[in-house]
Design a protein. Structure first.
Length: 469
C-alpha cells in the first residue's frame, strides 16, 4: 500500500490531455510563436475537429482562463485561440467508427506500469516489519503519517499542476521545493502525536514521509519513471526474503537506500528545472503575474486525499491483499479515465440532441465502470492467490465492498478531472467519518452509498454538454 498514487491521479485524465501553456514568460514575446507550437502539439486533435468550438472545449476543460490565454498566446479568449488553431491545421477527419484522438493519452501498458510503480513502495513496510515491534502504537503512527502525507501532497500536487497549466515550470518547481518539506514535517508530527515513545515507528514514519514528498515532486514534474530504479533495493529485498530469511541489516538498509535515492532524484529534478530557467534568463521577471489563484483552491484536493486515504486504510487493516489490489488498480483506472474522455468526445461529435448525448455519456460510464470492476476483480484474485494465507478467498460482502470502494475512487477522480472538485471531496470525507457513527458500516453500506451518490453526480454533471467544453 502506498500513498504515492494520490498526487498523480486526481487530474491525470485532463492534465495529460490538455497541453501546458508554453514556457514563454508572462506575455507573448517578439519573435515567439506559441500558437504555432501549440498547434503542432495538438495537431492530431485539431485536424479531426469539425468546428473550432471543439478545440475551445479542450482548451477550457482544464480551466485555461481568458487571462492566461491573453498572456501566453495573444488572443482574447479560448474561442479566438481555437479559431486560430483550427485555421492553422489541415483537416484530417477520422474514419467512421474511429475514436477521436485525445492528446496525451497514455497506453494501457504505461498505465499498468504506473499502477505497479505505486504499489512497490509497500514493500518497504514488509521489509521493516521486524523493526516495528510493539503492536498497535507502531501501526497507528505509520497510518497517521500516511494520512497526513496523502492529504498534504494531494493539495501540493494540485498547486504545482496549476503553475504548470500556466506554462511556468520553474514556479511549479519552487512550489514543490517549498511545500515538500512541510509535508515531511506534517507526517512526522502526526506520527509523533500518535506514538510519541515508539522510536522505530517514528523513524520509519519520517522515512515514509520523505518518500511521499519525493514521489510527489517526481510525479508532478513528469519524472515518475526514475522512481523505478529508486525502488530496486526494496524489490531486491522482497525477492531475497521470499527465498530465505533476509539478513537483519536488510530491514533497515534497503528501505533507507530507496528513500535516499528517491529524495536525491527529486532534488536533482527540481534543481534541473530551476537551473534551466536561470540559464534562459527568465528567473527575475517571470512571476509578475497573479499566478493560479489562492491556496484555498487546493484544499478540496487535500480533503479528497484525506477522505479516500481513510477509506483505503479501512480496507488495508481488514484485508491487506485488497488494499494492494486497489493500489494496482490505479493503473487501469487512469487508462479508463482517458477512455471515458475519448468516448465522451465521440458522443459530443455524433449526437444530435442533449438527450442523445446524456445517453451516450451514461453508456460510456457503464462501460468504464464495468471495465474497472473487471480489472479490480482480476487484481483481487491475483493478490489473494499470492498473499500468504489468502487462498481461502474473501467473504462476498468484503469483496463487494472493495468493488464499491473502487467505484468511489474512480468516479471521484473522474469528477475531479472534469473540474468538479468539491463534491467528491465532501462525499469521500463524509464516507470516511460515517463508520464513527455507524460502526461496521465501512465494509458495505458506506462504499455503496458513496458510490451511488458519486455515480449520480457524474450523470448529472457530465451529462451536460457544457461540462465537456
Amino acid at each position: 500500500m502506498s500513498g504515492s498514487r494520490w498526487p498523480r491521479d486526481p487530474g491525470t485524465a485532463v492534465r495529460d490531455a490538455v497541453p501546458s501553456v508554453p514556457e514563454k514568460g508572462p506575455s507573448v514575446r517578439a519573435g515567439a510563436d506559441p500558437v504555432g507550437e501549440l498547434a503542432g502539439r495538438l495537431a492530431g486533435f485539431v485536424a479531426a475537429a469539425v468546428h473550432p468550438d471543439e478545440v475551445a472545449a479542450l482548451l477550457e476543460s482544464d480551466g485555461l482562463t481568458d487571462e492566461q490565454i491573453r498572456r501566453a498566446y495573444g488572443h482574447d479568449d479560448s474561442f479566438a485561440l481555437a479559431e486560430d488553431l483550427y485555421a492553422r491545421v489541415e483537416r484530417r477527419f477520422p474514419r467512421s467508427g474511429e475514436t477521436p484522438p485525445v492528446p496525451g493519452s497514455p497506453t494501457l501498458l504505461v498505465c499498468l506500469l504506473r499502477g505497479l510503480l505505486f504499489t512497490l513502495p509497500g514493500l518497504g513496510h514488509v521489509l521493516a516489519a521486524p523493526l516495528l515491534v510493539g503492536g498497535r502504537p507502531a501501526h497507528v503512527a505509520l497510518l497517521a503519517a500516511a494520512l497526513a502525507g496523502w492529504a498534504w501532497n494531494q493539495a501540493l500536487a494540485h498547486r504545482a499542476y496549476a503553475w504548470l497549466g500556466l506554462g511556468d515550470r520553474p514556479a511549479a518547481a519552487r512550489a514543490l521545493l517549498r511545500g515538500a518539506p512541510v509535508g515531511v514535517l506534517l507526517g512526522a508530527a502526526a506520527a509523533a502525536a500518535a506514538a510519541p515513545v515508539h522510536v522505530p515507528a517514528l523513524v520509519f514514519a519520517a522515512g515514509q514521509s520523505l518518500y511521499l514528498a519525493a514521489a510527489t515532486v517526481l510525479l508532478v514534474l513528469g519524472r515518475e519513471r526514475v522512481l523505478l530504479p529508486a525502488l530496486l533495493p526494496l524489490v531486491a529485498g522482497a525477492l531475497l526474503a521470499a527465498v530465505h530469511p533476509a539478513p537483519a541489516w536488510t530491514h533497515l538498509v534497503l528501505p533507507l537506500a530507496s528513500v535516499t535515492a528517491a529524495v536525491g532524484l527529486a532534488a536533482v529534478a527540481v534543481a534541473g528545472v530551476l537551473r534551466s530557467a536561470g540559464s534562459r534568463g527568465r528567473g527575475r521577471d517571470r512571476r509578475r503575474h497573479t499566478g493560479p489563484g489562492g491556496l484555498g483552491a487546493s484544499v478540496p484536493y487535500g480533503l479528497f486525499g484525506l477522505g479516500s486515504g481513510v477509506l483505503v486504510l479501512h480496507v488495508a487493516l481488514d484485508s491487506p491483499p485488497f488494499a494492494v489490489a486497489l493500489t494496482l488498480g490505479m493503473g487501469p483506472a487512469e487508462w479508463l479515465l482517458h477512455r471515458f474522455r475519448a468516448d465522451s468526445l465521440a458522443g459530443l461529435r455524433a449526437c444530435t440532441s442533449p438527450r442523445a448525448f446524456r445517453t451516450s455519456v451514461a453508456r460510456a460510464l457503464v462501460r468504464a465502470l464495468a471495465g474497472y470492476a473487471g480489472a479490480l476483480l482480476t487484481l483481487v484474485a491475483a493478490a489473494l492467490l499470492l498473499w500468504p494465507g489468502g487462498g481461502a478467498g474473501p467473504e462476498a460482502t468484503t469483496a463487494a465492498g472493495v468493488l464499491l470502494l473502487g467505484a468511489v475512487l474512480w468516479t471521484g477522480l473522474l469528477l475531479q478531472a472534469f473540474g468538479a472538485v468539491l463534491s467528491p471531496a465532501l462525499v469521500c470525507c463524509a464516507a470516511a467519518l460515517a463508520p464513527v457513527l455507524l460502526p461496521g458500516s465501512e465494509r458495505l453500506l458506506v462504499p455503496a452509498a458513496a458510490s451511488a451518490v458519486l455515480v449520480l453526480l457524474v450523470c448529472a454533471q457530465l451529462g451536460r454538454i457544457t461540462a465537456h467544453r
